[in-house]
Write a protein that binds this ligand. Structure first.
Ligand code: F6P
Length: 366
């Protein structure tokens, strides 16, 4: 019987539990044993009670649970080879040679490195007497499949990451709440949203709430953004709008890569527009709480596909990431998706914003 491990890694995201549930139940349906690795890569490195067999009933009710019930961590030890050696040993001791990892691009890259090193890690474990040649014999190859769990929607080659739409929904609800108090006092609000270096949450929240202005990292405003913003806000006010909403992505920058902060935006709105202005940083309310229907569906369908992909994998197939493109669940070579994702960051660092945008658009092209 094959044993399939599942873990969550990096920042939690709504829908991760639904993904684990789908992987566990699909593994069992396909005649495999299912194992949860608790606390992300920490659990892999530490082993013991952190690697636990999962049964059908263990994931009952998990569709509607927020966060990740098997825990997550940002593990430094696994980034070094000695940590990965411990991880390999723990997997062999549990008879696991197939892994589904739900996390962001950093976590998924770690999984691919692990897979590439696997034969060398096993050899070293035998050479150093940690394991015997007989023990490693059945586990010559490690197969890895990634699911992208992140509220940021920052991974290329997929239209949506698990958690992004739940977070967007939460942001919209929060802005709706703010709208009513802003209207009452005829105030301006500067709302900071998460997303790391990706502007998807900010941009989609701005579209969905009818915000007056938005700052995102991929398309910084012109150098005189103060004028640009004040002109637009002024026009909206002239048209009779009693509230002003400006959304700032946490990674917002200007064209010289200087950070644009909510405090700077408030300063401009107060001084130039004489608007009574407040700042709201939404913080982790954007990340917690239960998943919206879309994320439950996405992670369930992707969890099923992840197990199918693992069972069809050969030593020659690359590590895959399961994605959604034009409403179809599909798979992509993991490192291709990571490379394209990282290219966006490089383009931004080089101030080549047109390229950054076209690279994000490339997800939809082809
Ligand atoms: O990647 C998800 C995310 O919520 C980002 O949007 C944010 O920048 C970061 O994680 C916050 O990390 P932490 O929870 O460690 O403060």
């Amino acid at each position: 019987r094959r044993r399939i491990g599942v873990m969550t890694s990096g920042g939690d995201a709504p829908g991760m539990n639904a993904a684990v549930r789908a992987v566990v139940r699909m593994s069992i349906t396909r005649g495999c044993d299912s194992y949860a690795i608790y606390e992300g890569y920490d659990g892999l490195v530490k082993g013991g009670k952190l690697i636990k067999q999962m049964y059908w009933g263990d994931v009952r009710g998990w569709l509607s649970e927020g966060g990740t019930l098997i825990g997550t961590a940002r593990c430094l030890e696994f980034r070094q080879r000695p940590g990965r050696l411990k991880g390999a040993k723990n997997l062999i001791l549990n008879g696991i040679d197939a892994l589904v990892i739900c996390g962001g691009d950093g976590s998924l890259t770690g999984a691919d490195v692990f897979r590439t090193e696997w034969p060398g890690l096993l050899k070293e474990l035998v050479d150093t007497g940690e394991l015997t040649a007989e023990q490693i014999e059945p586990y010559k190859h490690l197969n890895v499949v990634g699911l992208v769990g992140s509220i940021d929607n920052d991974m290329s080659m997929t239209d949506a990451t698990i958690g992004a739409y739940s977070s967007l929904t939460r942001i919209c609800q929060a802005v709706d709440f703010i709208d009513s108090t802003a209207y009452s006092h005829s105030r301006a609000f500067v709302i900071e949203v998460m997303g790391r270096n990706c502007g998807w949450l900010a941009l989609m929240a701005a579209i969905s709430t009818g915000a007056d202005f938005v700052f995102i990292p991929e398309k910084p405003p012109s150098q005189n953004w103060e004028d640009e913003m004040c002109d637009i806000v002024g026009e909206h006010r002239k048209l009779g709008k009693r509230k002003t909403i400006v959304i700032v992505a946490e990674g917002a920058i200007d064209r010289e890569l200087n950070k644009i902060t909510p405090a700077m935006v408030r300063g401009v709105l107060e001084k130039r527009m004489c608007l009574d202005t407040r700042i709201t940083t939404l913080g982790h309310v954007q990340r917690g709480g239960s998943a919206c229907a879309y994320d439950r569906m996405l992670s369930t369908l992707q969890g099923v596909r992840a197990v199918e992909t693992l069972l069809a994998a050969t030593p020659e197939t690359p590590s895959y990431v399961i994605s959604i493109r034009e409403n179809k669940i599909t798979k992509r070579p993991l490192m291709e998706a990571v490379k394209l994702t990282q290219a966006v960051g490089v383009a931004i660092a080089e101030k080549d914003f047109d390229k950054a945008i076209s690279l994000r658009d490339a997800e939809f092209a082809e």
